[in-house]
Design a protein around this ligand. Structure first.
Ligand SMILES: CC(=O)N[C@H]1[C@@H](OP(=O)(O)OP(=O)(O)OC[C@H]2O[C@@H](n3ccc(=O)[nH]c3=O)[C@H](O)[C@@H]2O)O[C@H](CO)[C@@H](O)[C@@H]1O
Ligand SMILES: C=C(OP(=O)(O)O)C(=O)O
Length: 419
């Protein structure tokens, strides 16, 4: 298995271009199933999850062509199959995003249950309830969600809790339903807005994206479009934490600063000087040691769970004690045990980590357990003295494009050891 080796101690310095958002491109690729013409998607990040989604759509008969600029032309006209097999779904939970589009477009979907993963049990009951409310007949048999429907009918759906892919699945199903669907307690994440914008560009009629109430007027068909995916706020935040943890100065380019309000305010609290332009963010730590921060994760616009592990790493070498509470996933502190191997002082109490900053950590061999945990281990490796080796980096390749090249261009001593 490939590993990443980091020799810590170099402050990050320079500019880095941020890629398109993983959590926007995956639902947008799935949404192409709804169209009856080709859709072209731009600013696509080169990620393992994108390849998996392309493979999944390809198996359904969708034709996909990627050009040299990573624009993907998705032609759903030849799609025939509505089966998402366990072998693909188990490698990427976001495969569940084909469920809504398949039911809406073909009246049938057989999609493997995604199952739990390292960060929690992650059920999909609300996706299923939403589709049932729209009139689909849904059963779970032999590990597969089997959904059948004639034309879906618009209705009012109040989600018991805020779910990002749940909102997206129901929204995608509702765009071709007969009549009006109202989704209450909807997720307000920027990636949900991006999906709604793309669907509207395809002819859908969705209002309220970015608020807790979505109103979707069903239409007869969706046509083709050309759409650029929004920049990845989690990749952006990860590079900014990289600058803060190493005492460096980094400008992230081609970003959407407004999508990072909660993250930037915590970085400012940690003592960073931050300048923001229309599509760039500069963070200057001026060689200072960060101050520990307290934070609680929650759905957007609150602090994102996908940045929790990176801030846990930041607190490990900060001045003072930081308390981090995770409220979105029940088991998202696997990185804490690995960070302790570098000399971090972390105490776990249920869903809270109490982190007492140490002046210096020392490199060690580490094991990545999930995507953002891997990112936090790489960040910690940037400041730990000596070599840190992060094993199982396939997790990081799910969500970070060329991580070692991008960090290397900022001055990090980082390299990949092939398997
Ligand atoms: C591909 C993608 O966009 N992934 C993101 C998405 O994941 P994902 O959409 O899977 O996360 P959700 O927003 O659905 O999960 C939020 C919480 O709701 C629970 N839940 C969810 C659905 C359901 O039917 N029943 C249920 O109980 C989950 O177990 C979790 O505790 O949002 C998460 C929360 O911001 C992010 O960490 C992920 O990066
Ligand atoms: C948890 C994440 O992704 P996914 O929902 O695809 O597992 C993530 O991006 O941190």
């Amino acid at each position: 298995m490939a590993k990443i080796v980091i020799n810590g101690g170099q402050p990050l310095n320079g500019e880095v271009i941020v890629s398109g958002a993983k959590n926007a491109v995956l639902p947008i690729l799935a949404a192409c199933l709804l169209a009856d013409e080709p859709v072209t998607i731009g600013n696509v990040p080169h990620l393992h999850d994108v390849t998996t989604t392309m493979e999944l759509l390809g198996q359904m008969g969708v034709e996909l062509v990627v050009d040299e600029r990573m624009r993907i032309k998705v032609d759903p006209r030849a799609a025939r199959h509505y089966f998402a097999p366990y072998d693909l779904v188990k490698t990427m939970r976001a495969s569940i995003l084909v469920l809504g589009p398949l039911v809406a477009r073909f009246g049938a979907a057989d999609v493997s249950l995604p199952g739990g993963c390292a960060i929690g049990s992650r059920p999909v009951d609300l996706h299923i309830k939403g589709l049932q409310a729209l009139g689909a007949d849904v059963t779970v048999e032999n590990g597969y969600i089997r959904a059948r429907a004639k034309r879906l009918r618009g209705t009012r759906i109040n989600l018991d809790l805020v779910t990002v892919t749940g909102t997206e699945n129901i929204m995608m199903a509702a765009v071709l339903a007969q009549g009006t669907t109202i989704i209450e307690n909807a997720a307000q994440e920027p990636e949900v807005i991006d999906l709604a914008n793309c669907l509207n560009a395809m002819g859908a009629q969705i209002e309220g994206a970015g608020t807790a109430t979505l109103v979707i007027e069903g239409v007869e068909r969706l046509h083709g479009t050309d759409y650029d995916v929004l920049p990845d706020r989690i990749e952006t935040g990860t590079f900014l934490v990289g600058a803060a943890i190493t005492g460096g100065r980094v400008t992230t380019k081609r970003v959407r600063p407004k999508t990072l309000d909660a993250v930037l305010s915590k970085l400012a609290e940690a003592g960073a000087d931050i300048n923001v332009g229309e599509d760039w963010i500069e963070l200057d730590m001026g060689g200072r040691r960060p101050k520990a921060v307290n934070l609680t994760t929650a759905p957007y616009p609150a602090f994102p769970t996908d940045m929790q592990a990176q801030f846990t790493a930041l607190n490990c070498i900060a001045e003072g004690v930081g308390v981090i509470t995770e409220t979105v996933f029940e088991n998202r502190f696997m990185h804490a045990h690995e960070l302790q191997r570098l000399g971090a002082d972390i105490r776990l109490e249920g869903n809270t980590a109490i982190i007492k900053g140490v002046p210096q950590m020392t490199g060690a061999p580490l094991m990545a357990t999930d995507l953002r945990a891997s990112a936090s281990l790489v960040l910690a490796g940037l400041v730990a003295q000596g070599d840190t080796t992060v094993d199982r980096v396939y997790h990081i390749d799910r969500g970070y494009e060329n991580i070692e090249e991008k960090l290397g261009s900022l001055g990090a001593h980082i390299r990949r050891l092939p398997s």
